[in-house]
Design a binder for this molecule. Structure first.
Ligand SMILES: Cc1cc2nc3c(=O)[nH]c(=O)nc-3n(C[C@H](O)[C@H](O)[C@H](O)COP(=O)(O)OP(=O)(O)OC[C@H]3O[C@@H](n4cnc5c(N)ncnc54)[C@H](O)[C@@H]3O)c2cc1C
Ligand code: FES
Ligand code: FES
Length: 435
C-alpha cells in the first residue's frame, strides 16, 4: 500500500472547504488548531484542511433579538463584542472567561469548541441555541449539545434566540487524565420563576435538569437537583466525581443567581487573534520568515509546528515544553499577536514577522527579570518575556502587578513562585519603551 505523505490543503471559502472534506473523508479540519494540532489527540491524519484563509465569520444581532455567531468566530473576540455586553448574555461572557488561558482563546473558535464538547456547550444548550451544520449535501440544524458531526460536515453558524431573564455559567478544568483535561460545566438560567440547569462535561452528553425553584434557597435547591440527577461518567471522569464537582459549581453559581451587570468594556480594547497566512503544502516545504530582524529559511515537513520550524532554522531561544499548549514556554509574537508556537502550523506563518525573547525590544525585560531573581532554571523565561513583551505593546503603562499576573495566566514556572517575577516585570514594563 502506498504511504500517504502529510499535506495541508487550504480552501479559500466555505464551499471549497466542504468540497475538500467530501473528497477527503479522513482529513481533519483545522480552525484555531488548539485541539486539532494537540499531541494529546489520538492521531493526526495525513491530510489537514486549514480553514485559516476563510476569515472569521461575524457576530450579528437581529431586530428579532436573535444573536447569530459564525462557526469560525474566535472565542477571544466574543469578549469584546458590543452585542454581548448585555446582562442577558452573561452566560456567554462567563464561558469566555472560563476558557483559559487567554492566549488559547484568542485563536480557538466557537465551532471547534462545540465540536470538542467545550465550555460553550452548556450555556448555548441552556439558551436554546440552534447550530447550523453544512455539508455538500446541504444544511441541517441541531441543538448545541447534540450536534453529532458526520464526516464531511462543518459547524457554520450558531443562532441564539432572545435571552431568558438571566443566564449564568460556571466551568472548571479540574484534573488531567490520560485522555486530556476533565471539564465540568454548569449553566443556569431563569424562566418564569424556575431555573433550568444544564450540566456538561467533555465527552459525556449534556444533562438537562428543569425546574429548580428560584427564590431564597435556590443554591440548595439547584445543588440538590444536580446531585439527584447524577451526571454520567465518561472517559475523563467517573459519574460520582463529575456529580460532586457539578454540585459544588451549581451551588456557587446559584449563589450569584441574579442578572449580571453589563459586562464592562475590556481595558485592553478589542484584541484580535493573528491573521494567518496559510499556504497549501504537499510534502516538505521551505518555511521563510523574518525572525527578530533576520531572514530565516528552513525545509520542514508539511505538518511541522512553528516551534519545530523555528528551532530547525536555528532560533533555539524558542523553547519546547509541554508541546500541548499548557505551559507557554514556546510563546512567540506572530505579526504582533501572542501565539503558542507548539499549536501553530508553520505553514500558516510563512512571510510573517516573528518576535522571540531574543528580539532587541525584549532585552530590558529579560535583564530586569534576571536582576530581580525572577528566574531559576530559566526554561520558562523566554515564553514569559514574550508574553510580557506583548503586554508592553498593548496595555497602558505603568502597569500594576495584578495586570502582569493576569497576562501570565498561560505561563507556567516550576521554580520561582511568580512573586518576584511579577514584581520585576511590572517595574520593567513601567519604564520599558517597546519599538
Ligand atoms: C492549554 C489549553 C487550555 C484549554 N482550555 C479549555 C477550556 O478552558 N475550555 C474549553 O472548552 N476548551 C479548552 N481547551 C480545548 C480547545 O482549545 C477548545 O475547545 C477550542 O475551542 C477548540 O477550538 P479550535 O478552533 O482551536 O479547534 P481546532 O483545534 O481547530 O479543532 C478541534 C476539532 O474540531 C473540528 N472543528 C473545528 N472547527 C470546526 C467547525 N467549524 N465545524 C466542524 N468541526 C470543526 C476539527 O476538525 C477538530 O476535530 C483548551 C486547550 C488548550 C490547549
Ligand atoms: S505551550 Fe507550547 S510548549 Fe508548552
Ligand atoms: S525558572 Fe524554572 S521554570 Fe521558571
Amino acid at each position: 500500500m502506498a504511504l500517504r505523505l502529510p499535506r495541508v490543503l487550504v480552501p479559500i471559502d466555505l464551499a471549497e472547504a466542504l468540497r475538500m472534506l467530501a473528497q477527503h473523508p479522513d482529513a481533519c479540519a483545522v480552525a484555531g488548531g488548539t485541539l486539532a494540532l494537540n499531541p494529546t489527540q489520538p492521531m493526526r491524519p495525513a491530510t489537514l484542511i486549514d480553514l485559516g484563509a476563510i476569515g472569521h465569520d461575524g457576530i450579528e444581532w437581529s431586530v428579532a433579538g436573535e444573536l447569530s455567531l459564525g462557526g469560525l468566530v474566535r472565542i477571544g473576540d466574543l469578549a469584546h463584542a458590543p452585542e454581548l455586553r448585555q446582562p442577558a448574555w452573561g452566560a456567554l461572557i462567563e464561558a469566555v472567561d472560563a476558557m483559559e488561558p487567554r492566549v488559547v482563546r484568542a485563536v480557538a473558535t466557537l465551532g471547534g469548541n462545540l465540536c470538542s464538547g467545550g465550555t460553550f456547550v452548556g450555556p448555548l444548550a441552556l439558551l436554546g441555541a440552534r447550530v447550523e451544520v453544512q455539508s455538500r449535501a446541504g444544511a441541517r440544524w441541531a441543538e448545541a449539545d447534540a450536534v453529532a458531526l458526520q464526516p464531511g460536515e462543518l459547524i457554520t453558524r450558531v443562532v441564539v434566540p432572545a435571552p431568558v431573564r438571566f443566564a449564568r455559567t460556571h466551568a472548571a478544568v479540574l484534573r488531567r487524565t490520560p485522555v486530556g483535561p476533565a471539564l465540568v460545566g454548569v449553566a443556569l438560567g431563569e424562566r418564569g420563576g424556575h431555573c433550568d440547569i444544564v450540566v456538561t462535561g467533555g465527552n459525556v452528553r449534556a444533562l438537562r435538569i428543569g425546574g429548580a425553584r428560584a427564590g431564597a434557597d435556590l443554591a440548595r435547591s439547584v445543588a440538590a437537583a444536580v446531585l439527584a440527577a447524577a451526571p454520567d461518567g465518561g472517559l475523563s471522569g467517573d459519574g460520582p466525581w463529575r456529580s460532586a464537582v457539578a454540585g459544588v459549581l451549581a451551588r456557587r453559581l446559584a449563589g450569584m443567581a441574579q442578572p449580571r451587570a453589563d459586562a464592562p468594556a475590556r481595558p485592553d480594547g478589542r484584541r484580535h487573534g493573528p491573521m494567518w497566512r496559510p499556504a497549501a503544502v504537499d510534502g516538505p516545504f521551505w518555511f521563510r520568515a523574518d525572525v527578530d530582524d533576520a531572514s530565516l529559511a528552513v525545509e520542514v515537513p508539511a505538518h511541522a509546528t512553528l516551534t519545530e520550524a523555528l528551532r530547525a532554522a536555528g532560533a533555539t531561544q524558542v523553547k519546547s515544553g509541554c508541546g500541548e499548549g499548557a505551559c507557554g514556554a514556546c510563546a512567540v509574537l506572530v505579526d504582533g499577536c501572542l501565539v503558542r508556537s507548539c499549536l501553530t502550523l508553520a505553514s500558516r506563518c510563512g512571510g510573517s514577522r516573528i518576535r522571540t525573547a531574543a528580539a532587541p525590544e525584549h532585552a530590558g525585560l529579560a535583564t530586569a527579570i534576571a536582576a530581580a531573581g525572577g528566574l531559576q532554571c530559566g526554561y520558562c523565561t523566554p515564553g514569559i518575556v514574550v508574553a510580557l513583551g506583548s503586554l508592553a505593546c498593548t496595555a497602558p503603562r505603568p502597569l500594576d502587578a495584578a495586570a502582569v499576573a493576569a497576562e501570565l495566566d498561560g505561563n507556567l514556572c516550576r521554580c520561582t513562585g511568580y512573586q518576584q517575577l511579577v514584581a520585576a516585570a511590572a517595574e520593567a514594563l513601567g519604564r520599558e519603551v517597546p519599538k
